[in-house]
Design a protein around this ligand. Structure first.
Ligand SMILES: [Zn+2]
Length: 977
């Protein structure tokens, strides 16, 4: 699964749940009456209370669980017993897109691993109407007991013992409503140009919602084959993981599509869609049929994704040296989608904005974002689908890898996108949450669905990717690739834990049977002896990948490396980097850190594995400066004691291109991080920022802005307008030359275009007059043409933002938003609308997004976060979050990334004790089932405490520094917005 992380418009989200209601009693009673065993089910349905089941899911064990019919439930753990394993599911699904419900039949062929009296599997909110054991051509009824607290059912009969070594087939019939949420088998709708509302039924199962579509063993290690059939009307099509074998005509004008049997896979990867989508297709070089599906009016925006998918699937086929095992890969754009995309095997699903592209309407960042997200989902076809984590505690084995592979693959398939430049941004994002004491190790024990949802966070994705990148840099790319290919081959169609990966990456050149012939082909091992510097690490007896990597996956946080140069001696020490008042929480941490460095005398990357708390290395000669963590390829930050920072600041001020742009960006990040923990005075970090007036590269510029902008964002939420405006003027002046040099076009490389979009947006929102003047002119022309004049896409965000400042402009933009078929245009307009100073419009937008009529509910989290960053909106965003909390939790699900993004996004710019108390007061009023235990609440509170400490200490320093260095007090025309 992948959240949205487009550099320009920070959309972001993940799957969620809604509370499903048990269907209407009348229909059920009629259906259930003939079956005697159903009496218990009926009672179960009437007695089930969703609130109770939520509360109970907080514990992994139930004392003596009672089924909904009052009988004892035979299993008391949240994880399923290991007595039986599914082998093959025969699944028939029949959705009705008019009555918005579905019925189904599943026959599960099972293997019994230990004698047992009962079979326990998952089922959530399904009305199960008939359960039988199929044998000797007949069917023996089984009783079904339900335990909603654990989303489990038990199948049993007094007459049956399931015997070890034997196979059985159980038959279950069930019905449910299409979900109103974004997961399970859910309803999505879209409006045609003529205004007709059409329904699509689609699935999102990861992590724990397959059980809401059919009864199943819904844990990733229970892999099985799936043979799926779908009933539909002739006006629709059906899609599933595998290609369609045939279509059978039934009575009542219904059609039944039979799909080919799947490969062995986990339940969370099953997918089916019934829709009126159209498609376009191409064959990959390896003979896989690739298709992109979208609603009919948008199919002409599918070509870019199709070409990207063909290129990327061919790349992975070659890179992993394991053929993609299915005959087809469909990519479908779903009108309502909570996260960015989902890797269902053979049928990946996407938010429309993550897949659809129009060369005349989409921006450079859309191009980058869409390519990356397809790269992510296709990487999962191997990492995640072919080889799957044993349990959700190691989700990072799926997500860290897919995130990491985005960069590896797109770097090769689309070199013009220069994706490697952006990788370090992922590490900065991860470090932000990983610097708090509420962070968690990459591998963390989880059990209930809310905890599992919480794993889909920056630690699993971004930190996972960063530590893999660090390991690759350390082992060399060739050795790393050899190791991961070995891992994929060894564990195909199986499940893994961390140790399997580390073992596969150890002793790279000792081939086993699976590697036979291939390692030689790569030539890596035969050349290895001549590889002096790169393979240095393999010559060392003590190279222990697992020992190194356990320090990165089993403990939370990351190290701060302090470097002190004395003559030729470099003294090193490590400690946990922690933004907390409580230093005891930093003790006891030790990492094995693969350090890299360059010096004023040598641009060759030198390496040193720091395993102890302190160590010393010796340089061949004295140097003017030393820079550690070259290109920020390691997951740690560096402090330079003594004259170390002064030397680097001096270098930046006088010859900044002596360092790579990633090194410059990492110095900017690190020095501001060090201010937060009191290692460096703010003055020094601001001194470093002065060099930015000559910076032109995207990563250092955006990193500089992302350190400086939050400082005045804190001030906007306090009463200190003078200082706020003084700081804004300083920042605008710093980048003024670069802003003035931007053309109002779509010319240039992708990174130039993204930089332009970012800078003009910043300048216009800050009220920089030349920018506002041009944008205003363009907006008026565009408006006069009734939106028909084509604006350069990369600058249109700035133009819309200026236009949205008046009521008339805002209303015009909203009309264009409503009727546009281009998701890219829509998302730019939406961003512009939400940074408008018209406070009543901001409130209205949040309400409309929640209602889901004129704005999609899927976009609510990003709207709320935008509004919370808006000086005219942040109070409304906080009020909205509090007032709608219970609705939001129901809509977006406890533990989901959407909820945590909103909690953190809305609160992380508060810096007063009053607000801390208010935020604390609200969250402490929650119950367990409404989220009192969520990690994001701890993160939010810690962030506010950190802001309070920071501002207490540093506000006077900013004032004094700006008085010394800044431009004169605010000049006219630069009033802050
Ligand atoms: Zn993913």
């Amino acid at each position: 699964m992948e959240s949205l992380h487009f550099p320009a418009a920070q959309g972001h989200a993940v799957v969620h749940t809604a509370v499903k209601r048990f269907g209407n009693g009348k229909v059920m009673a009629r259906k259930l009456a003939p079956q005697r065993t159903m009496v218990s089910v009926l009672t179960a349905l009437l007695l089930t209370c969703p609130a109770l089941s939520l509360a109970a899911t907080e514990q992994g064990e139930a004392a003596s669980p009672v089924a909904t019919n009052g009988q004892p439930f035979p299993w008391d753990k949240m994880r399923l017993p290991e007595t039986v394993a599914p082998l093959h599911y025969y699944l028939l699904i029949h959705p009705n897109l008019t009555s918005l419900d579905f019925t189904g039949i599943v026959q599960i062929q099972l293997e019994v691993l230990q004698d047992t009296q009962f079979i326990v599997l998952h089922s959530k909110d399904l009305r199960i109407s008939k359960v039988a054991l199929l044998e000797h051509g007949g069917a023996q009824p089984l009783q079904v007991l339900e335990y909603p607290a654990f989303q489990q059912v038990a199948l049993l009969s007094d007459d049956v013992t399931f015997t070890k070594g034997r196979q059985y087939t159980v038959h279950m019939e069930f019905a449910a409503n299409l979900s109103e949420s974004f997961h399970g088998f859910y309803k999505s709708t879209y409006r045609t140009r003529e205004g007709e509302v059409r329904v699509v039924a689609s699935t999102q199962f990861e992590p724990t919602s397959a059980r809401a579509a059919f009864p199943c063993f819904d844990e990733p290690a229970f892999k099985a084959n799936f043979s799926i059939r779908i009933r539909r009307e002739a006006r629709h099509i059906a899609l599933s993981n595998m290609p369609k074998l045939k279509t059978v005509r039934l009575a009542d004008d219904l059609l039944e599509d039979h799909f080919d049997m799947s490969v062995k896979m986990s339940t969370y990867l099953v997918a089916f869609i019934v829709s009126d989508f159209l498609s376009i297709s191409k064959n990959s070089q390896h003979g896989v049929k690739i298709s992109v599906y979208a609603v009919p009016e948008k199919i002409n925006q599918a070509e870019f994704a199709l070409d990207a998918a063909v290129r990327l699937l061919d790349f992975y086929d070659d890179y992993f040296d394991i053929p993609y095992p299915l005959p087809k890969q469909d990519l479908a754009a779903i009108p309502d989608f909570q996260s960015g995309a989902m890797e269902n095997w053979g049928l990946t699903t996407y938010r429309e904005s993550a897949l659809l592209f129009d060369p005349n309407k989409s921006s450079a960042s859309d191009k980058l974002g869409i390519t990356m997200i397809i790269a992510h989902e296709l990487a999962h076809q191997w990492f995640g689908n072919l080889v799957t984590m044993q349990w959700w505690n190691d989700l990072w084995l799926n997500e860290g890898f897919a995130k990491f592979m985005e960069f590896v693959s797109v770097n090769i398939t689309n070199p013009e996108l220069q994706v490697e430049d952006y990788f370090l941004g992922k590490c900065f994002e991860a470090m932000e949450v990983d610097a708090l004491s509420s962070s968690h190790p990459v591998s963390t024990a989880v059990e209930n669905p809310a905890q599992i949802q919480e794993m889909f966070d920056d630690v699993s994705y971004e930190k996972g990717a960063c530590i893999l990148n660090m390991l690759r840099d350390y082992l060399t790319p060739e050795a790393f690739k050899t190791g991961i290919v070995r891992y994929l081959r060894r564990y195909s169609y199986q499940n893994t834990v961390n140790a399997h990966l580390w073992d596969s990456l150890t002793n790279i050149c000792q081939s086993d049977v699976l590697d036979e012939g291939r390692l030689k082909g790569d030539g890596y091992c035969s050349q290895r002896k001549s590889h002096s510097a790169a393979s240095k690490w393999f010559e060392e007896d003590e190279l222990d990948v697992r020992a190194i990597m356990d320090t990165w996956t089993l403990q939370e946080g990351f190290p701060l490396i302090t470097v002190e140069v004395r003559g030729r001696e470099v003294r090193l020490s490590q400690e946990r980097y922690l933004k907390s008042e409580d230093p005891t929480q930093a003790s006891g941490f030790l990492w094995q850190v693969p350090l890299t460095y360059i010096t004023s005398h040598s641009s060759t990357v030198h390496r040193f594995l720091l395993k102890t708390k302190t160590d010393v290395l010796y340089l061949p000669e004295e140097v003017e400066w030393i820079k550690f963590n070259v290109d920020m390829s390691g997951y740690y930050i560096v402090h330079y004691e003594g004259q170390g920072w002064d030397a680097l600041i001096n270098l930046l001020l006088h010859n900044h291109t002596a360092l790579s742009s990633n090194d410059r960006a990492s110095l900017i990040n690190n020095i501001f991080q060090l201010v937060s923990v009191g290692k460096v005075p703010l003055d020094k970090a601001l001194d470093l920022s002065l060099y930015l007036s000559r910076e032109t590269e995207i990563m250092p510029v955006t990193q500089g802005l992302s350190e400086l902008v939050p400082l005045y964002k804190l001030m906007e939420k306090r009463d200190m307008e003078d200082l706020e405006n003084q700081l804004k003027s300083y920042i605008v002046t710093l980048f003024q030359d670069l802003i003035d040099r931007q053309s109002w076009t779509d010319d240039g490389t992708v990174s130039q275009r993204m930089l332009r979009s970012y800078l003009l947006m910043f300048a216009c929102v800050r009220g920089y007059q030349p920018c506002v003047t041009t944008a205003t002119e363009l907006f008026h022309k565009w408006k006069e043409s009734d939106g028909n004049m084509s604006l350069p896409n990369d600058v249109s965000l700035a133009v819309f933002a200026v236009g949205a400042r008046t009521t008339e402009g805002w209303d015009f933009l909203f009309e264009k938003y409503r009727h546009s078929l281009y998701t890219s245009v829509k998302s730019r307009i939406k961003s512009a609308l939400s940074i408008s100073p018209l406070s009543h419009k901001l409130k209205w937008m949040m309400e409309q997004s929640l209602a889901g009529e004129v704005m999609k509910t899927q976009d609510l989290p990003s709207v709320v976060i935008y509004v919370s960053k808006n000086p005219k909106g942040y109070k409304h965003a906080w009020d909205f979050l509090r007032a709608k909390w219970e609705t939001l939790v129901k809509k977006f699900d406890l533990g989901s990334h959407s909820i945590s993004r909103m909690v953190i996004g809305v609160t992380n710019q508060y810096s007063t004790r009053e607000m801390l108390e208010e935020v604390q007061g609200f969250f402490s009023s929650l119950q367990e089932e409404t989220g009192s235990g969520l990690r994001c609440i701890q993160q939010a509170l810690e962030s506010i405490e950190e802001n309070i400490r920071w501002t207490d200490k540093n506000l006077p320093l900013i004032q004094a520094w700006l008085d010394r260095h800044g431009p004169q007090r605010q000049s006219p025309g630069q009033a802050g917005v």
